[in-house]
Write a new protein. Structure first.
Length: 227
């Protein structure tokens, strides 16, 4: 199962805007590419209309209405949403992705063969060379470690159900450790800090996903395009 969110109840701090509900441009590519590959997904939302959901739902994609349970932004709230759903729903493997900038070129689950590893997004940039990332980690945790390692991106995160349940619980705990109050988002900082500190094994990059922000085409051979 592939999970994503379309949450509009609070501003997006990274883009300094609030997502509008019922925007076909947000869901179009994700739904069509997922359906084309014969995959199955759920879009969790907080304010989409019944008409919009009915128009875009199909035998591969369903919409689930949720209530916000945390004081955080959508970037952090999605971690809670995924964890709670996975606790109650058995499946072999699960993948969580961003929505508006993700496209499926082929079945990513064919690559997710090791039940002990996470399958995650990343960016070809060292943490220490990205001022925004260093500032964000420092504001969130009072330090910016692992500056000689690449940025890990939570816009793609998956694995076996057991691996993901454990990780999502750990991710929630890591979010609770963030210095408060600070400006969000905290999700990527907690994600990076947790994985590198605990030495959680992971797979990233090609052929799981394209180079972040390069908008590469299917002929590059990756399963997922992320920007």
């Amino acid at each position: 199962m592939i999970l994503t969110t379309y949450l509009t109840g609070k501003p997006d701090p990274q883009r300094s805007m609030t997502w509008k509900p019922d925007d076909k441009n947000v869901v179009d590519v994700w739904i069509k590419s997922l359906t084309r590959q014969g995959l199955h997904g759920i879009i969790f939302h907080d304010s989409l209309t019944e008409d919009f959901c009915a128009r875009w739902a199909n035998r591969n994609v369903s919409f689930h209405h949720i209530q916000w349970n945390t004081p955080w932004t959508a970037a952090e709230e999605r971690v809670r949403i995924y964890r709670d759903w996975l606790r109650d729903n058995p499946c072999d493997k699960v993948l969580t992705t961003d929505l508006s900038d993700v496209e499926f070129y082929r079945d990513p689950f064919e690559l997710m063969t090791d039940p002990d590893k996470l399958y995650i997004g990343s960016e070809p940039i060292l943490i220490g060379t990205d001022k925004w990332m260093v500032d964000r980690m420092t504001a969130t945790y009072g330090e910016a470690p692992f500056q000689d390692r690449f940025i890990l991106n939570p816009g793609i995160c998956g694995g076996s159900r057991a691996r993901m349940l454990t990780f999502l619980d750990q991710w929630m705990d890591e979010l609770d450790k963030a210095i408060k109050p600070t400006s969000p988002p905290h999700d990527i900082c907690a994600f990076i800090r947790l994985i590198y500190r605990e030495g959680i094994p992971f797979v990233t990059g090609h052929p799981l996903h394209t180079v972040f922000r390069k908008n590469q085409w299917a002929w590059h051979g990756a399963a997922i395009r992320h920007k």
